[in-house]
Design a protein around this ligand. Structure first.
Ligand code: C5P
Length: 411
């Protein structure tokens, strides 16, 4: 199933040069499975044709309230009523001012006024208009009413100068909307910490030891948890993947840095998923100067053990019962037996054992073949996209979390 299968999104497009980027936003929603109704202001139609959106969404684009009123079956408020989320991207200063005062003189205004769905605004405008006190006050009022504001970025503006006012990246806007849609799902109100990627263990100022982890599995878990409504902290080693929007992102290069970030993040968290490939060893000494060639005798590096972050988290948080602890086990043989040893050895709630020798599974691939091993049994999953594996991991973890919460309530 697609991440936004049949979710009802209303996309409001207002009249700024960034309106062309709304085309990309609509396209991304369609690819994710959503039903997208586009509402355009009159000014937006000066920048992009309704036909562009209509071709992408396969649905009529709403451009004129009075024309629609004639077709009584879609009155001027029904779009707002059926929406699960309303996104306005780009949102001009003018539209923001109108929404802040509750004006409903066009379809977009009446849709927003009539909706009970959450509203997300992605402002885009000239930097001076954005900074203007009245715009900031209007945004403040909307935020206080529960609107989510996707901050514009600093960058090149339409006039050619640099400033803050560029529409946020379409992918990031879509990601944030995915999180907002998650508020009705089973991880809403929960806090999830995910680690991802390989760590880098420095040798000298230019060299490091690392592994082949791409970060894909951990990023997929962070995205899936966000899509199910969790507040997610993603603690990542270096990865070439784009940073997901709608999650708190923390960079942790080495195992030591990761440990430093994971421990406090777990305080008050409901789930920790250690999907990072933490290097088991680091250089005993890190040279402050670049090491020279040792052509004759070669170079002997002495390595020492890194702390086992998951084990330390289990020692600290295990007795508290929260967060639920999930580890990964990359194995090339005796998958389940080794995973059971890890479950007991590290005292965690769930081990996701992946067979790194199976085709299409393990490091760097888009798919994964895993067995979920926990106290209650084990579940072998077929080869699946990493996002789907993430969903199944979250199903089991949610079950464990519910049991834990019920247990606590009884005590
Ligand atoms: O013991 P092993 O390295 O196979 O265990 C893998 C699991 O432990 C993964 O979840 C990994 O993120 C975690 N781990 C850790 N700290 C380490 C090594 C592994 O938290 N130093």
């Amino acid at each position: 199933m697609l991440p936004l299968q049949d979710r009802r999104v209303v996309l409001g497009v207002t009249g700024g040069i960034a309106a062309y980027k709304a085309v990309e936003i609509a396209s991304q929603f369609v690819k994710l499975g959503a039903d997208v109704d586009v509402v355009m202001t009159a000014a937006a139609q000066q920048f992009v044709l309704p036909l562009t959106f209509q071709s992408l969404t396969k649905r009529p684009v709403v451009v004129d309230m009075f024309h629609l009123l004639a077709e009584m079956h879609i009155g001027h408020v029904s779009l707002g009523e059926r929406a699960e989320v309303v996104l306005i991207a780009p949102a001009t200063a003018n539209t923001i001012a109108k929404l802040a005062s509750g004006l409903a003189d066009d379809m977009l205004g009446s849709t927003v006024l009539a909706t009970r769905a959450p509203v997300v605004l992605a402002p885009a405008m000239n930097d001076l208009m954005y900074e203007n006190q009245v715009t900031q006050e209007n945004l403040g009022r909307l935020r206080a009413r529960g609107f989510t504001i996707v901050e514009p970025e600093y960058g090149r503006l339409a006039e050619g100068k640099m400033g803050k006012g560029r529409l946020a990246e379409p992918r990031v806007i879509v990601d944030i909307v995915r999180g907002v849609l998650g508020r009705t799902r089973d991880w809403a109100g929960k806090r999830v910490v995910v680690t991802a990627g390989g760590t880098q263990e420095p040798i000298d100022p230019v060299r490091y030891l690392t592994n082949r982890s791409s970060g894909r599995m951990g990023y997929a878990i962070a995205e899936a948890a966000r899509d199910r409504g969790a507040a997610v902290t993603l603690i990542s080693g270096l990865s070439s993947l784009p940073r997901p929007g709608g999650v708190e992102f923390v960079l942790a290069r080495s195992a030591a840095e990761m440990l430093e970030q994971v421990m406090p993040a777990c305080d008050g968290a409901d789930l920790l998923v250690m999907a990072a490939a933490v290097a088991d060893f680091r250089a005993a000494e890190v040279s402050t100067q670049k090491l020279k060639k040792f052509e004759e005798e070669g170079l002997v590096l002495r390595l020492v053990r890194n702390p086992d972050i998951l084990k330390l988290a289990a020692e600290r948080y295990g007795p508290l019962g929260l967060p639920v602890l999930v580890g990964f086990a990359a194995e090339s043989e005796n998958l389940v037996a080794n995973a059971r040893l890890k479950l007991a050895g590290k005292k965690v709630d769930l081990v996701v054992a992946n067979d790194i020798t199976a085709p299409g599974s393990g490091f760097g691939t888009e798919t994964n073949k895993v067995v979920l091993v926990h106290q209650g049994g084990e579940e072998e999953l077929p080869l699946l996209p990493k996002y789907d594996v993430a969903m199944r991991v979250l199903d089991v973890a949610r079950q464990i979390l519910s049991e834990r919460e019920q247990g606590r309530a009884r005590r």
